[in-house]
Design a protein around this ligand. Structure first.
Ligand code: COI
Length: 330
C-alpha cells in the first residue's frame, strides 16, 4: 500500500493512527512538526500528512516534488500554513479535513471566556503567590444575565453557542434562531459581555482584523476570545484596549509566529522569540494556551479518519473531494 510520512504525530496519537489504518498504508511517523530540517524524512514516501504549523512553503514543496511526491494533505481545517500557489506550480495535490468534532475548539473557547469573565485566571495567579485578597476588579456579572457574541457562525461557533446556552446564557447572538439571536456585527459587539471569534484566517484579507476599530465597537470591559488564528488579532491594539480599561480580558489559543513557537519550551516567557507574544504573556488579563483546541480524542479520530479517506480516494481515483486549490482558498 502507499507510503505516507505523517508529521507532528505525538506519541499518544500513534495508537489512533495505527488502529484507524484500515487500508494498511505504510506509515512513517515523525513526532516533530515539518520544518526545513526534517523534510528529508519524507524522501521515498508517496504522500505526506501534516498538521497546522507545519512548514509547507515553496522550499519544502519544491523538494517534495523533486522526490516525486504528488500529495501533501493536512489534517487541519485551516490551510494558511500551505503555499497553495507553489503547490499548484509543482503539481502537488493539497487536501484538508473540512471539519472535526466542533466541541474540541468550542469547549476551550468557552473555558477561556468563562475564566476571564469570572477573573479565575487572575485570581489563581495571585493565590499561587500567597495573595488571598479579593480586589474590587474581581467583582463580576453572572452568565445568566450576560450576552455572548459569536463571530463566525460555522460548526464551531454554533457548538459554542449551544454550550453557553446550556449554561444559562440567555442570548448568545449568532445565526441559528433555535439557539441564538441573529445580529449584525456591530450589534453583536455592542451588546456582548463575551465575544468569541471563529472565522478562518485568509492571508491578505482579514489580517489583524481584531483591531482598534473592532475593539472600540465592543461593550466596555467585555472579554474577547480568539481560538481561530493569531494573525486575526492586532496584539498592540488589544494591549492598549486592556490598559485603558476598554477590554476586560483576552483569551487566545492562537498567537502569531506559531511555526516558531508551538511545540517548543523556551523555559520562561521572557525568552519567547516574538515580542508581541511576550507582551501578551506578560499581561495579567491575557490568557494564552498553546493552540491545543483540537487536541481531544474525538477531534483526533475525526482528523485521522478523514485524512485516511482523503488518501484512499486519491490513490483510487487520482482525485480528492476535500482537495484545496488557490482558486477555492483565496
Ligand atoms: C485547524 O484544524 O485548523 C486547527 O487550528 C488545528 C491546529 C492543530 C492547526
Amino acid at each position: 500500500m502507499a507510503k505516507i510520512t505523517a508529521y507532528g504525530v505525538r506519541p499518544n496519537e500513534r495508537p489512533y493512527f495505527d488502529r484507524l489504518n484500515h487500508d494498511h498504508f505504510e506509515m512513517t511517523y515523525v513526532a516533530d512538526l515539518l520544518t526545513h530540517a526534517n523534510a528529508d524524512r519524507a524522501r521515498g514516501a508517496d504522500g505526506i500528512l501534516v498538521r497546522g504549523n507545519c512548514v509547507v512553503d515553496r522550499e519544502n514543496l519544491r523538494q517534495f516534488a523533486k522526490w516525486g511526491i504528488r500529495a501533501v494533505f493536512t489534517r487541519s481545517v485551516g490551510v494558511n500554513h500551505i503555499d497553495l500557489a507553489a503547490a499548484a506550480e509543482f503539481g502537488i495535490q493539497i487536501a484538508r479535513v473540512p471539519g472535526y468534532s466542533p466541541y474540541a475548539v468550542a469547549e476551550l473557547a468557552l473555558t477561556l471566556g468563562l475564566s476571564l469573565f469570572r477573573h479565575v485566571d487572575a485570581a489563581v495567579q495571585r493565590t499561587r503567590q500567597g495573595d488571598f485578597r479579593v480586589p474590587a476588579s474581581y467583582f463580576s456579572r453572572e452568565l445568566h444575565t450576560a450576552t455572548v457574541g459569536i463571530i463566525g457562525a460555522g460548526r464551531i461557533g454554533m457548538a459554542e453557542a449551544r454550550l453557553y446556552r446550556g449554561l444559562g446564557a440567555p442570548h448568545p447572538k449568532v445565526a441559528d434562531r433555535q439557539v441564538v439571536t441573529f445580529g449584525d456585527r456591530a450589534t453583536v459587539l455592542g451588546h456582548s459581555d463575551i465575544v468569541s471569534v471563529h472565522v478562518p484566517y485568509i492571508p491578505g484579507e482579514n489580517d489583524q482584523s481584531l483591531d482598534q476599530q473592532f475593539l472600540a465597537q465592543m461593550k466596555p470591559q467585555a472579554v474577547l476570545v480568539n481560538t481561530a488564528r493569531g494573525e486575526l488579532a492586532d496584539p498592540a491594539a488589544i494591549l492598549r484596549a486592556l490598559d485603558v480599561g476598554q477590554l476586560g480580558g483576552y483569551g487566545a489559543d492562537v498567537v502569531t509566529n506559531e511555526t516558531q513557537l508551538i511545540g517548543q519550551d523556551f523555559g520562561q516567557a521572557a525568552t519567547v522569540p516574538d515580542a508581541a507574544v511576550r507582551q501578551l504573556l506578560a499581561h495579567p488579563r491575557v490568557m494564552v494556551t498553546p493552540h491545543m483546541g483540537s487536541f481531544t480524542e474525538p477531534a483526533l479520530e475525526d482528523m485521522i479518519k478523514v485524512s485516511y479517506q482523503n488518501f484512499r480516494e486519491w490513490w483510487a481515483t487520482g482525485r480528492v473531494t476535500n482537495g484545496v486549490s488557490v482558486r477555492t482558498h483565496g
